[in-house]
Design a protein around this ligand. Structure first.
Ligand code: ASP
Length: 474
């Protein structure tokens, strides 16, 4: 029998009389229907260490469905325009009611949910920077109440816990709140709870007592904050995929999932367009050295993807391939550039003066490329940029190329393995893909290839086959 590290740690903890504690977060798709809630209940029930349950608002049940957060956005819009909101209120309340009916729940709290949804349209419109946040936050808040009563009815010692009571105090930045560091100690007092706390994600309270939400998708942030606060042994993030895929499933057929990856690798992948989890959301958990597991509510026995500070599993030199589109490069070449003092500074000064931020800057002896997001380059800005670069630097060659994609291959193991770049370029050459640019990050955790946008998919498939074996047919 193979005993997992976690299992051993749990036994050890029990032996020492210390409880192993997990924070578990469920996304909207895991809470969209009664059927999903049954799965969620089973997952929490199956593991007594799952003490802190963070929930999103009910998500989409099908592609055509509207998630509760989006209904709340429309409700807010109508309210601001003084339009009739009755139908929307009914639609929002109905989402909760349907779930409760299908679970044959006692509907006492439904009246409370209805009241709180209706009460939103009593809040002042003028001079109220927290109005939108109050609307949005109600989606998760009501859902936490629903989930807590469902768990209780099913015999679990669950309670709804408001972020204020838990101590989630945030900066006063509507729609983009940040946790105040003093919150962690407050949250930490609850680590030994005998009850299961069901906590609404996505928002906290300012010191003045106003509701402030995190950025969109912010329930992940709440989970991460609670995990850091209670010093959880693990933060489990349940979603609707088996973990983080090695490459985008829209490009590679049935890609493998990553078993284990480091925070550093995840950052690089997230940067290049991997969107399983908001990388910023993991900041609190990262700082507190808490391992994070991405798991699937619809397939909970799958081990998922473990994110840690150090990787143990040997996954080969590359763990993932990501890509992002719509980049432009500014190519500047000048004979003896390396001897010219202040060349780089002048380039960056010009970019700064034009308000342009850059992403990468690979350089050679006599040339330098600056990679930036294309959307910043309006025709006027591009013209001024060329003029100023010509004037200040007198380059031999100056060229701006549009329509590039950046492909990033990521893996801590690359530091120890010779030939990863060679294998990659050979794979791309075999598929007749021209490399416009290549850049090895200074951390040696990633290598980036700049290619023409139309070759992106072919390039990813070629690299996948090289590092992960042939794609599954089907
Ligand atoms: N419901 C919120 C959103 O849609 C927060 C979340 O789901 O994490 O952004």
């Amino acid at each position: 029998m193979k005993i997992s590290g976690n299992y051993l740690t749990e036994i050890l903890y029990k032996y020492k009389g210390v409880e192993f504690v997990k924070v578990i977060k469920f996304g909207g798709s895991s809470l969209a229907s009664a059927q999903q809630l049954q799965k969620v209940f089973q997952i929490v029930k199956d593991d007594a260490t799952r003490k802190f349950v963070v929930v999103s608002a009910p998500g989409k049940r099908s592609d055509a469905d509207i998630k509760v957060t989006d209904l709340l956005i429309s409700y807010h819009e109508k309210y601001l325009k003084d339009e009739d909101t009755t139908a929307l209120v009914e639609q929002i309340v109905a989402r909760y009611e349907t779930i409760m009916d299908e679970l044959s729940m006692d509907k006492t709290i439904l009246a409370d949910i209805r009241r709180s949804v209706e009460a939103l349209a009593q809040l002042p419109k003028e001079n109220n920077p927290h109005l939108f946040d109050a609307f949005l936050a109600s989606g998760e808040n009501n859902n936490a109440k629903l989930v807590a009563s469902f768990f209780k009815e099913q015999g679990l010692p669950a309670v709804y816990k408001n972020p204020l009571d838990l101590g989630i105090i945030v900066s006063d930045e509507p729609g983009n709140a940040r946790i105040l560091p003093s919150s962690y100690d407050k949250i930490g007092r609850f680590r030994e709870t005998e009850e299961i706390f069901v906590i609404p994600g996505f928002f906290g309270y300012t010191e003045a007592g106003d509701i402030c939400t995190f950025s969109r998708g912010g329930s992940d942030i709440t989970g991460s904050i609670v995990a850091a606060g209670v010093q959880a042994d693990q933060y489990e993030n349940f979603t609707d995929v088996d973990g983080i895929f090695v490459a985008h499933p829209g490009i590679v057929r049935q890609p493998k999932t990553i078993k284990e990856l480091t925070y550093r690798e995840m950052r690089e992948l997230a940067y290049a367009g991997f969107a399983v989890l908001h990388d910023e959301a993991l900041m609190p958990a990262y700082k507190a050295h808490i391992p994070v597991v991405i798991k699937n509510t619809n397939n909970p026995t799958h081990p998922g993807t473990l994110i840690t500070t150090k990787r143990e599993a040997d996954e080969g030199p590359v763990v993932g391939i990501a890509s992002d589109q719509n980049f432009a490069t500014i190519y500047i070449s000048k004979y003896l550039m390396n001897r010219e003092l202040g060349f780089g500074r002048k380039v960056l000064q010009i970019l700064e003066n034009l308000g342009l931020s850059y992403e990468h800057m690979p350089s050679g002896i006599d040339d330098i490329s600056i990679v930036l997001r294309e959307r910043q380059l309006t025709p006027e800005i591009e013209e001024r940029l060329i003029q100023e670069l010509e004037h200040e630097l007198k380059p031999d060659e100056l060229r701006i190329t549009h329509g590039l994609s950046m492909i990033m291959i990521v893996g801590e193991g690359m530091q120890r393995r010779i030939g990863v770049t060679a294998d990659s370029t050979a794979a791309l050459a075999k598929h007749k893909i021209n490399l416009e640019m290549i850049n090895q990050g200074s951390s040696e955790v990633s290598i980036m290839f700049g290619i023409r946008g139309e070759e992106e998919k072919d390039a990813i498939r070629a690299l996948y086959d090289t590092f992960f074996g042939e794609q599954t047919e089907g």
